[in-house]
Design a protein around this ligand. Structure first.
Ligand SMILES: Cc1ncc(COP(=O)(O)O)c(C=O)c1O
Length: 495
């Protein structure tokens, strides 16, 4: 460890680096711009040393986001790192490459695009931006229709499951759309299509289904949703559409569950987002949104700029952004092809199975993830009387593993889970090592008197001998409160 803290105050206002002292003796202030220039070697050394304190990305099992790419692709990324994507007239080949990617994805998702037609879609920074754009398109279309009918258009809502990723809550808050969430229940951790359709009303701009729930990887039943919503639309005269949030599942299902109908094969599915930086196999910073047809993307949302050269249509939230990720996505598409993606996804699934079986074998966990879904294992403790999944997550950190623990959304918030995401760079031997480390952690914790300290045991209605003096409901509420506090203090990123 080579980073030290300067003395003075709490010692946290300066960064030092042992090796950088070869070039510079003055500490560098942390919170204000330094008054003087330092040699480039020193700047590099100081930052590089400090970054050593970050976790190892490849052991970060919390994230779906790609942590390894081939060196040839790294070269392409570095070669294009100085290209601003928005300068389309100056970098027409990069623009063409993004358009090729949009078309490849639209075909993968069975968009009704003729051979000589162009698909409608755009590259984004990630699924969050893609979802904002798709949501805006639905909101605007719904408003146009309501205005034309002479009806109020000030109370739009979206129906989703309570398991939606935070980007949907952001969309709802930033763009003033009410989020109507279908509650979960114990044993059922995705949106129930029947309940979702019941919640649809004349102000519903779309129902958002998830292909690959962030919490358990499970695919929601988009086909059933499409059927039920078609019936409701017929009865009511509304034409409520569906958006599929395929952030993770969009690059899984086409390759290993090709017969599963979740995409543009279903008539009410009007737009789909997918994260290029998740199972699209590109480093962080790329997502995609595609629309079924031109009619589903209102023209008024598209801006035309001409000061960079020619007329350029843009539909993004940001203006400038890097080109590297788009180029990297294209590299993966042509390098791997359908066959390569299929092999990688099958391999991830096999490793998820090895891990699942190892975890089941301990006899201590319930598996919440499903075989048809994203390659991940979500599991909860059968008995949290003496220690919780949060204690397990903490202990696994000692071995270098970053495994998130979190509680489920309402009404299943009394269930707390651990989740391990299997990415391409997570090998079978790492899975076996993780199983053996989980076993070690369990053994250690079993030997310890109780991980839930006495004040907490009291909170949980447990005397120190484990005797219960509260009702089951009271204990469940206490456990939820306890875990919520715990999560707030220890929030491990779930993305
Ligand atoms: C289902 C789902 N939707 C949206 C997102 C947000 O994606 P991004 O990180 O690409 O913005 C995530 C992230 O994990 C997700 O799991």
């Amino acid at each position: 460890m080579v980073v030290t803290r300067a003395s003075g105050g709490d010692g946290s206002d300066y960064v030092h680096s042992t090796f950088a002292s070869r070039y510079v003796r003055e500490p560098v202030p942390k919170w204000r711009m330094p008054a003087h220039t330092i040699p480039k070697e020193a700047a590099y050394q100081i930052i590089n040393d400090e970054l050593m304190l970050d976790g190892a990305p490849r052991l970060n099992l919390a994230s779906f986001v790609t942590t390894w790419m081939e060196p040839e692709c790294d070269q392409l990324i570095m070669a294009s790192i100085n290209k601003n994507y928005v300068d389309m007239d100056e970098y027409p080949v990069t623009t063409e490459i993004q358009n090729r990617c949009v078309n490849m994805i639209a075909h993968l998702f069975n968009a009704p695009v003729g051979d000589d037609e162009a698909a409608v879609g755009v590259g984004t920074v990630g699924s969050s931006e893609a979802i904002m754009l798709a949501g805006l398109a639905f909101k605007r279309k719904w408003q146009q229709k309501r205005k034309a009918e002479g009806k109020p258009f000030d109370k739009p809502n979206i129906v989703t499951g309570a398991n939606v990723q935070v980007c949907w809550e952001k969309f709802a808050r930033y763009f003033e759309v009410e989020l109507k969430e279908v509650k979960l229940r114990e044993g059922y951790y995705v949106m129930d299509p029947e309940k979702a359709v019941e919640m649809v009303d004349e102000n519903t701009i779309c129902v958002a289904a998830i292909l690959g729930s962030t919490l358990t990887g499970e695919f929601e039943n988009v086909k059933q949703l499409n059927e039920l919503l078609t019936l409701k639309n017929k009865e009511t005269g509304w034409d409520t559409p569906i958006h599929v949030d395929a952030a993770s599942g969009g690059f899984i299902a086409p390759f290993i569950f090709p017969d599963l109908e979740w995409d543009f094969r279903l008539p009410l599915v009007k737009s789909i987002n997918v994260s290029g930086h998740k199972y699209g196999l590109v480093y962080a910073g790329v997502g995609w949104v595609v629309w079924r047809s031109k009619e589903d993307l209102p023209d008024e949302l598209i801006f035309h700029i001409n000061y960079l050269g020619s007329d350029q249509p843009t539909f993004t939230l940001n203006f400038s952004k890097g080109s590297s990720q788009i180029i990297a996505q294209y590299y993966q598409f042509i390098r791997l092809g359908f066959e390569g993606y299929k092999n990688i996804m099958e391999n991830c699934m096999e490793i998820a199975n090895v891990l699942k079986e190892g975890i089941e074998k301990t006899g201590r966990f319930d598996i919440l993830s499903k075989d048809m879904g994203v390659p991940l294992v979500a599991f909860s403790l059968k008995d949290s009387g003496r220690y919780t999944v949060f204690n397990i997550a903490d202990s696994l950190r000692r071995f270098g593993w970053i495994v998130p623990a979190y509680t489920m959304p309402p009404d299943a918030q009394h269930i707390a889970v651990l989740r391990v995401v299997i990415r391409e760079d997570f090998s079978r031997s790492l899975a076996e090592r993780l199983i053996s480390d989980i076993e070690k952690v369990l053994k250690e914790m079993d030997a310890f008197p109780s991980y839930i300290v006495s004040s907490e045991t009291a909170h949980l209605g447990l005397a120190n001998d484990g005797h219960v003096n509260k009702t089951v409901k009271e204990i469940q509420e206490d456990v939820t409160r306890h875990w919520k506090r715990f999560v707030q203090e220890k929030r491990t990123g779930v993305c």
